[in-house]
Design a protein around this ligand. Structure first.
Ligand SMILES: Cc1ncc(COP(=O)(O)O)c(C=O)c1O
Length: 397
Protein backbone atom coordinates (compact mmCIF):
# COMPACT_ATOMS: atom_id res chain seq x y z
CA UNK A 1 0.00 0.00 0.00
CA UNK A 2 1.18 3.55 -0.62
CA UNK A 3 -0.14 7.12 -0.65
CA UNK A 4 1.86 9.30 -3.07
CA UNK A 5 1.79 13.08 -3.25
CA UNK A 6 0.57 12.86 -6.82
CA UNK A 7 -1.22 10.27 -8.81
CA UNK A 8 -1.57 10.33 -12.54
CA UNK A 9 -4.59 12.49 -13.28
CA UNK A 10 -4.52 12.05 -17.07
CA UNK A 11 -7.42 10.12 -18.54
CA UNK A 12 -7.26 8.24 -21.83
CA UNK A 13 -9.31 11.04 -23.35
CA UNK A 14 -6.81 13.72 -22.25
CA UNK A 15 -3.95 11.81 -23.81
CA UNK A 16 -5.90 11.12 -27.00
CA UNK A 17 -6.50 14.83 -27.37
CA UNK A 18 -2.72 15.31 -27.22
CA UNK A 19 -2.08 12.50 -29.69
CA UNK A 20 -4.60 14.00 -32.12
CA UNK A 21 -2.56 17.21 -32.12
CA UNK A 22 0.66 15.30 -32.72
CA UNK A 23 -0.92 13.54 -35.66
CA UNK A 24 -2.16 16.84 -37.07
CA UNK A 25 1.48 18.05 -37.12
CA UNK A 26 0.35 21.48 -35.93
CA UNK A 27 2.34 21.53 -32.69
CA UNK A 28 3.00 25.23 -32.30
CA UNK A 29 0.39 27.48 -30.70
CA UNK A 30 -2.78 27.79 -32.75
CA UNK A 31 -6.54 27.32 -32.75
CA UNK A 32 -6.77 24.92 -29.80
CA UNK A 33 -4.84 27.29 -27.54
CA UNK A 34 -7.18 30.13 -28.56
CA UNK A 35 -10.21 27.98 -27.85
CA UNK A 36 -8.88 26.91 -24.44
CA UNK A 37 -8.19 30.56 -23.58
CA UNK A 38 -11.73 31.55 -24.54
CA UNK A 39 -13.35 28.75 -22.54
CA UNK A 40 -11.05 29.35 -19.57
CA UNK A 41 -11.83 33.09 -19.46
CA UNK A 42 -15.58 32.47 -19.63
CA UNK A 43 -15.63 29.81 -16.93
CA UNK A 44 -13.31 31.72 -14.59
CA UNK A 45 -15.22 35.00 -15.08
CA UNK A 46 -12.52 37.11 -16.67
CA UNK A 47 -12.65 39.02 -19.95
CA UNK A 48 -9.33 37.72 -21.25
CA UNK A 49 -7.10 34.70 -20.72
CA UNK A 50 -3.74 33.97 -22.28
CA UNK A 51 -2.06 30.59 -22.13
CA UNK A 52 1.67 30.25 -21.45
CA UNK A 53 4.09 27.38 -20.99
CA UNK A 54 4.06 27.37 -17.15
CA UNK A 55 2.71 29.11 -14.06
CA UNK A 56 6.17 30.60 -13.53
CA UNK A 57 6.00 32.11 -17.03
CA UNK A 58 2.57 33.53 -16.19
CA UNK A 59 4.08 35.23 -13.11
CA UNK A 60 6.98 36.55 -15.18
CA UNK A 61 4.56 37.93 -17.75
CA UNK A 62 2.39 39.54 -15.04
CA UNK A 63 5.33 41.35 -13.46
CA UNK A 64 6.76 42.26 -16.87
CA UNK A 65 3.43 43.87 -17.77
CA UNK A 66 3.35 46.20 -14.78
CA UNK A 67 6.83 47.60 -15.50
CA UNK A 68 6.20 47.87 -19.23
CA UNK A 69 6.29 51.33 -20.86
CA UNK A 70 2.90 50.64 -22.48
CA UNK A 71 1.27 49.93 -19.09
CA UNK A 72 -0.75 52.93 -17.87
CA UNK A 73 0.31 52.70 -14.21
CA UNK A 74 3.87 51.57 -14.95
CA UNK A 75 5.96 50.82 -11.86
CA UNK A 76 9.48 52.17 -11.65
CA UNK A 77 12.80 50.80 -10.36
CA UNK A 78 12.71 49.90 -6.65
CA UNK A 79 8.96 50.37 -6.23
CA UNK A 80 7.84 48.04 -3.46
CA UNK A 81 5.80 44.90 -3.97
CA UNK A 82 4.32 43.12 -0.94
CA UNK A 83 4.63 39.35 -0.95
CA UNK A 84 3.89 36.72 1.71
CA UNK A 85 6.85 34.95 3.33
CA UNK A 86 5.18 31.65 2.42
CA UNK A 87 5.43 31.83 -1.35
CA UNK A 88 6.86 29.94 -4.29
CA UNK A 89 10.27 30.84 -5.71
CA UNK A 90 8.80 32.05 -8.99
CA UNK A 91 6.19 34.14 -7.19
CA UNK A 92 9.16 36.11 -5.90
CA UNK A 93 11.91 36.12 -8.53
CA UNK A 94 10.16 38.06 -11.32
CA UNK A 95 9.71 40.91 -8.82
CA UNK A 96 13.47 40.99 -8.28
CA UNK A 97 14.40 40.30 -11.89
CA UNK A 98 12.30 43.24 -13.05
CA UNK A 99 13.94 45.74 -10.71
CA UNK A 100 11.19 45.94 -8.11
CA UNK A 101 11.71 45.56 -4.37
CA UNK A 102 10.00 42.66 -2.61
CA UNK A 103 8.72 43.47 0.88
CA UNK A 104 7.86 40.33 2.77
CA UNK A 105 4.71 40.05 4.84
CA UNK A 106 4.01 37.43 7.49
CA UNK A 107 1.14 34.98 7.08
CA UNK A 108 -1.66 33.68 9.31
CA UNK A 109 -0.99 30.28 10.85
CA UNK A 110 -4.66 29.31 10.59
CA UNK A 111 -4.99 29.94 6.85
CA UNK A 112 -1.34 29.78 5.63
CA UNK A 113 -2.15 32.93 3.62
CA UNK A 114 -0.96 36.55 3.86
CA UNK A 115 -1.67 38.31 7.17
CA UNK A 116 -3.83 41.42 6.76
CA UNK A 117 -2.50 42.84 10.02
CA UNK A 118 1.15 42.54 8.97
CA UNK A 119 0.29 43.73 5.47
CA UNK A 120 -1.04 47.01 6.91
CA UNK A 121 2.22 47.44 8.84
CA UNK A 122 4.36 46.92 5.76
CA UNK A 123 2.71 49.51 3.50
CA UNK A 124 4.86 52.57 2.81
CA UNK A 125 4.55 55.42 0.32
CA UNK A 126 6.60 53.28 -2.07
CA UNK A 127 4.23 50.30 -1.99
CA UNK A 128 2.82 50.00 -5.49
CA UNK A 129 1.66 46.37 -5.77
CA UNK A 130 0.86 43.28 -3.77
CA UNK A 131 1.52 39.74 -4.95
CA UNK A 132 -1.17 37.66 -3.26
CA UNK A 133 -0.06 34.03 -3.28
CA UNK A 134 -3.18 31.96 -2.70
CA UNK A 135 -1.76 28.97 -0.86
CA UNK A 136 -3.10 25.45 -1.44
CA UNK A 137 -6.59 26.25 -2.69
CA UNK A 138 -7.69 29.09 -0.42
CA UNK A 139 -6.98 32.79 0.18
CA UNK A 140 -6.95 35.54 2.79
CA UNK A 141 -9.92 37.88 3.07
CA UNK A 142 -9.78 39.40 -0.41
CA UNK A 143 -12.46 41.98 0.47
CA UNK A 144 -10.17 43.42 3.11
CA UNK A 145 -7.19 43.37 0.76
CA UNK A 146 -9.25 45.06 -1.95
CA UNK A 147 -10.36 47.78 0.46
CA UNK A 148 -6.81 48.51 1.62
CA UNK A 149 -5.40 48.48 -1.90
CA UNK A 150 -8.10 50.74 -3.28
CA UNK A 151 -7.43 53.31 -0.58
CA UNK A 152 -3.67 53.21 -1.09
CA UNK A 153 -3.71 52.81 -4.88
CA UNK A 154 -1.94 49.45 -4.76
CA UNK A 155 -2.18 47.05 -7.71
CA UNK A 156 -3.40 43.57 -6.77
CA UNK A 157 -1.65 40.67 -8.48
CA UNK A 158 -2.88 37.14 -7.76
CA UNK A 159 -0.60 34.15 -8.00
CA UNK A 160 -3.36 31.58 -8.18
CA UNK A 161 -1.07 28.79 -9.36
CA UNK A 162 -2.17 26.66 -6.39
CA UNK A 163 -5.83 27.66 -6.31
CA UNK A 164 -7.52 27.25 -9.68
CA UNK A 165 -11.24 26.74 -9.14
CA UNK A 166 -11.40 28.37 -5.69
CA UNK A 167 -13.83 31.22 -5.11
CA UNK A 168 -13.94 34.14 -2.73
CA UNK A 169 -17.42 35.64 -2.34
CA UNK A 170 -18.42 33.75 -5.49
CA UNK A 171 -15.61 35.36 -7.52
CA UNK A 172 -12.89 33.09 -8.89
CA UNK A 173 -9.56 33.62 -7.21
CA UNK A 174 -7.31 35.15 -9.83
CA UNK A 175 -10.03 37.50 -11.12
CA UNK A 176 -10.19 39.87 -8.15
CA UNK A 177 -7.02 41.85 -8.89
CA UNK A 178 -5.53 43.40 -12.01
CA UNK A 179 -3.95 40.12 -13.19
CA UNK A 180 -4.25 36.51 -12.05
CA UNK A 181 -2.00 33.57 -12.90
CA UNK A 182 -2.56 29.80 -12.90
CA UNK A 183 -0.38 26.71 -13.23
CA UNK A 184 -1.21 23.42 -14.91
CA UNK A 185 1.86 21.64 -13.60
CA UNK A 186 1.52 17.92 -12.98
CA UNK A 187 0.44 18.11 -9.34
CA UNK A 188 -2.04 20.98 -9.58
CA UNK A 189 -5.87 21.16 -9.77
CA UNK A 190 -5.71 20.35 -13.47
CA UNK A 191 -2.66 19.52 -15.53
CA UNK A 192 -1.28 19.79 -19.03
CA UNK A 193 2.06 18.38 -17.87
CA UNK A 194 3.48 21.88 -17.91
CA UNK A 195 1.41 24.95 -18.65
CA UNK A 196 -0.16 28.09 -17.26
CA UNK A 197 -2.67 30.86 -17.86
CA UNK A 198 -2.87 34.57 -17.12
CA UNK A 199 -6.13 36.49 -16.91
CA UNK A 200 -7.09 40.18 -16.87
CA UNK A 201 -10.07 42.39 -17.69
CA UNK A 202 -8.40 45.22 -19.57
CA UNK A 203 -8.08 44.99 -23.36
CA UNK A 204 -4.87 46.99 -23.53
CA UNK A 205 -3.21 44.98 -20.76
CA UNK A 206 -4.24 41.78 -22.50
CA UNK A 207 -2.57 42.97 -25.67
CA UNK A 208 0.60 43.95 -23.80
CA UNK A 209 0.70 40.39 -22.42
CA UNK A 210 0.12 38.96 -25.87
CA UNK A 211 2.99 40.91 -27.37
CA UNK A 212 5.38 40.09 -24.50
CA UNK A 213 4.49 36.39 -24.77
CA UNK A 214 5.64 36.29 -28.40
CA UNK A 215 8.92 38.13 -28.93
CA UNK A 216 7.40 41.59 -28.47
CA UNK A 217 5.97 41.62 -31.96
CA UNK A 218 2.73 43.27 -33.00
CA UNK A 219 1.06 40.28 -34.66
CA UNK A 220 -2.45 39.60 -33.47
CA UNK A 221 -2.51 42.65 -31.16
CA UNK A 222 -4.58 45.84 -31.18
CA UNK A 223 -1.35 47.81 -31.60
CA UNK A 224 -0.61 46.30 -35.01
CA UNK A 225 -2.64 48.70 -37.17
CA UNK A 226 -1.12 51.81 -35.67
CA UNK A 227 2.46 50.57 -36.01
CA UNK A 228 1.89 49.19 -39.50
CA UNK A 229 0.76 52.60 -40.63
CA UNK A 230 3.66 54.38 -38.99
CA UNK A 231 6.38 51.94 -40.13
CA UNK A 232 5.35 51.34 -43.72
CA UNK A 233 8.95 50.54 -44.71
CA UNK A 234 9.07 47.49 -42.36
CA UNK A 235 7.63 44.03 -42.97
CA UNK A 236 4.35 44.00 -41.06
CA UNK A 237 4.78 40.36 -40.06
CA UNK A 238 8.01 41.22 -38.30
CA UNK A 239 7.15 44.43 -36.50
CA UNK A 240 8.73 44.42 -33.05
CA UNK A 241 6.93 46.95 -30.90
CA UNK A 242 7.94 45.94 -27.39
CA UNK A 243 10.39 43.91 -25.32
CA UNK A 244 9.49 40.25 -25.26
CA UNK A 245 9.99 36.58 -24.51
CA UNK A 246 8.81 33.37 -26.03
CA UNK A 247 6.52 31.95 -23.34
CA UNK A 248 4.04 30.27 -25.68
CA UNK A 249 2.55 26.86 -24.93
CA UNK A 250 2.34 24.12 -27.53
CA UNK A 251 -0.96 22.95 -29.00
CA UNK A 252 -0.39 19.61 -27.28
CA UNK A 253 -0.39 21.33 -23.88
CA UNK A 254 -3.50 23.30 -24.82
CA UNK A 255 -5.39 20.20 -26.00
CA UNK A 256 -4.58 18.22 -22.84
CA UNK A 257 -5.18 21.26 -20.64
CA UNK A 258 -8.59 21.94 -22.18
CA UNK A 259 -9.61 18.33 -21.79
CA UNK A 260 -8.59 18.44 -18.11
CA UNK A 261 -10.20 21.85 -17.55
CA UNK A 262 -13.60 20.38 -18.40
CA UNK A 263 -13.19 18.16 -15.31
CA UNK A 264 -12.15 20.93 -12.92
CA UNK A 265 -15.38 20.91 -10.89
CA UNK A 266 -15.44 17.11 -10.78
CA UNK A 267 -11.83 16.95 -9.51
CA UNK A 268 -12.51 19.74 -7.03
CA UNK A 269 -15.49 17.91 -5.52
CA UNK A 270 -13.61 14.63 -5.22
CA UNK A 271 -10.60 16.25 -3.59
CA UNK A 272 -12.87 18.12 -1.20
CA UNK A 273 -14.71 14.94 -0.30
CA UNK A 274 -11.42 13.00 0.16
CA UNK A 275 -10.16 15.71 2.50
CA UNK A 276 -13.38 15.61 4.53
CA UNK A 277 -13.16 11.83 4.77
CA UNK A 278 -9.58 11.96 6.07
CA UNK A 279 -10.40 14.63 8.66
CA UNK A 280 -13.52 12.78 9.74
CA UNK A 281 -11.67 9.44 10.10
CA UNK A 282 -8.91 11.06 12.16
CA UNK A 283 -11.27 12.94 14.45
CA UNK A 284 -13.56 9.97 15.02
CA UNK A 285 -10.73 7.59 15.89
CA UNK A 286 -10.22 6.65 19.54
CA UNK A 287 -6.55 7.44 18.88
CA UNK A 288 -7.39 11.06 18.05
CA UNK A 289 -5.60 13.25 20.57
CA UNK A 290 -5.53 16.55 18.70
CA UNK A 291 -2.33 15.58 16.95
CA UNK A 292 -2.90 17.97 14.05
CA UNK A 293 -4.37 21.34 13.23
CA UNK A 294 -6.13 21.69 9.87
CA UNK A 295 -6.41 24.81 7.72
CA UNK A 296 -9.33 27.06 8.64
CA UNK A 297 -11.75 28.07 5.91
CA UNK A 298 -13.39 31.47 6.05
CA UNK A 299 -17.09 31.12 5.13
CA UNK A 300 -16.62 33.42 2.13
CA UNK A 301 -14.19 30.93 0.58
CA UNK A 302 -15.09 27.95 -1.57
CA UNK A 303 -11.77 26.06 -1.54
CA UNK A 304 -10.20 24.09 -4.35
CA UNK A 305 -7.59 21.84 -2.75
CA UNK A 306 -4.80 19.91 -4.39
CA UNK A 307 -2.81 19.10 -1.30
CA UNK A 308 -3.79 18.54 2.31
CA UNK A 309 -1.82 20.69 4.75
CA UNK A 310 -1.40 19.53 8.33
CA UNK A 311 0.20 21.41 11.23
CA UNK A 312 1.52 19.18 14.00
CA UNK A 313 0.30 20.37 17.38
CA UNK A 314 2.90 21.39 19.95
CA UNK A 315 2.63 18.31 22.23
CA UNK A 316 3.71 16.11 19.30
CA UNK A 317 6.14 18.40 17.55
CA UNK A 318 9.41 17.06 18.92
CA UNK A 319 8.83 13.87 16.96
CA UNK A 320 8.20 15.55 13.59
CA UNK A 321 11.39 14.44 11.83
CA UNK A 322 11.12 10.92 13.10
CA UNK A 323 7.43 10.84 12.14
CA UNK A 324 8.00 12.09 8.58
CA UNK A 325 10.68 9.42 8.09
CA UNK A 326 8.23 6.85 9.41
CA UNK A 327 5.60 8.00 6.89
CA UNK A 328 8.21 7.80 4.17
CA UNK A 329 8.95 4.19 5.10
CA UNK A 330 5.22 3.51 4.90
CA UNK A 331 5.30 5.03 1.39
CA UNK A 332 3.12 7.94 2.48
CA UNK A 333 4.78 10.81 0.67
CA UNK A 334 5.00 14.23 2.36
CA UNK A 335 6.51 17.60 1.52
CA UNK A 336 6.89 21.04 3.12
CA UNK A 337 4.14 23.62 2.73
CA UNK A 338 5.37 25.39 -0.41
CA UNK A 339 9.00 26.11 0.45
CA UNK A 340 8.34 26.94 4.10
CA UNK A 341 9.31 30.48 5.05
CA UNK A 342 11.05 31.45 1.82
CA UNK A 343 13.36 33.79 3.72
CA UNK A 344 15.02 30.76 5.32
CA UNK A 345 16.07 29.48 1.89
CA UNK A 346 19.70 30.00 0.80
CA UNK A 347 18.49 31.83 -2.34
CA UNK A 348 16.80 34.50 -0.19
CA UNK A 349 19.95 34.90 1.89
CA UNK A 350 21.98 35.36 -1.29
CA UNK A 351 19.94 38.47 -2.02
CA UNK A 352 19.87 39.76 1.58
CA UNK A 353 16.13 40.31 1.63
CA UNK A 354 14.44 42.06 4.53
CA UNK A 355 17.41 41.58 6.81
CA UNK A 356 16.57 41.43 10.54
CA UNK A 357 12.83 41.27 9.87
CA UNK A 358 10.95 38.53 11.67
CA UNK A 359 8.22 36.28 10.28
CA UNK A 360 7.18 34.22 13.31
CA UNK A 361 4.05 32.75 11.74
CA UNK A 362 5.79 31.68 8.54
CA UNK A 363 8.50 30.12 10.73
CA UNK A 364 5.85 28.33 12.76
CA UNK A 365 4.23 26.91 9.61
CA UNK A 366 7.62 25.74 8.39
CA UNK A 367 8.32 24.11 11.77
CA UNK A 368 4.93 22.49 12.31
CA UNK A 369 3.67 21.95 8.77
CA UNK A 370 3.78 19.35 6.05
CA UNK A 371 1.40 18.26 3.37
CA UNK A 372 0.16 15.07 1.79
CA UNK A 373 -1.54 14.57 -1.56
CA UNK A 374 -5.22 14.78 -2.40
CA UNK A 375 -6.05 12.68 -5.40
CA UNK A 376 -8.58 13.00 -8.18
CA UNK A 377 -10.08 9.57 -7.58
CA UNK A 378 -12.31 8.81 -4.62
CA UNK A 379 -10.21 7.48 -1.76
CA UNK A 380 -11.21 3.88 -0.99
CA UNK A 381 -11.76 2.64 2.54
CA UNK A 382 -8.55 0.59 2.62
CA UNK A 383 -6.36 3.50 1.58
CA UNK A 384 -8.21 5.79 3.95
CA UNK A 385 -7.62 3.42 6.83
CA UNK A 386 -3.96 2.88 5.90
CA UNK A 387 -3.27 6.60 5.62
CA UNK A 388 -5.12 7.66 8.77
CA UNK A 389 -3.92 4.84 11.02
CA UNK A 390 -0.35 5.75 10.13
CA UNK A 391 -0.96 9.48 10.61
CA UNK A 392 -2.32 8.71 14.06
CA UNK A 393 0.92 6.99 15.00
CA UNK A 394 2.74 10.24 15.74
CA UNK A 395 3.94 10.05 19.33
CA UNK A 396 3.63 12.64 22.07
CA UNK A 397 6.79 14.58 23.06
C1 LIG B 1 2.29 29.52 -5.73
C2 LIG B 1 2.99 29.05 -6.96
N1 LIG B 1 3.32 29.95 -7.91
C3 LIG B 1 3.92 29.59 -9.05
C4 LIG B 1 4.23 28.28 -9.30
C5 LIG B 1 4.91 27.92 -10.59
O1 LIG B 1 4.12 27.15 -11.44
P1 LIG B 1 4.81 26.20 -12.54
O2 LIG B 1 5.33 25.01 -11.82
O3 LIG B 1 3.70 25.87 -13.48
O4 LIG B 1 5.89 26.98 -13.18
C6 LIG B 1 3.94 27.30 -8.36
C7 LIG B 1 4.31 25.91 -8.64
O5 LIG B 1 4.08 24.96 -8.07
C8 LIG B 1 3.30 27.69 -7.15
O6 LIG B 1 3.01 26.82 -6.20
Amino acid sequence: MNYPLLENAFTKHDLNEGVKVLKSRQLTMGKITKNFEKIFAKRIGSKYALMVNSGSSANLLMLSAIVNPLYKKKLKFNDEVLIPAICWSTSLWPIVQLGLKPVFVDVDVDTLNISIKDLKNKITKNTKAIMCVHVLGISSDMNEIKKICKKKNIIILEDTCESLGANFNKLSLGTIGEFGTYSFYYSHQITSGEGGMIVCNNLENYNILKSLRSHGWSRDTIFHKKYKKKYKNLNEKFLFINSGYNLRPTEVQAAIGLSQFKKLRYFKNIRNSNRNKIISYLKKSNKWDNQFQFVEINNKIEPSWFGFALLINKEFLKNKNYFLKFLDQKKIETRPILSGNFLNQPAAKLYNFNKNKKFPNADEIEKRGFFIGLHTKKINSKTLQYLCENLLKIEKN
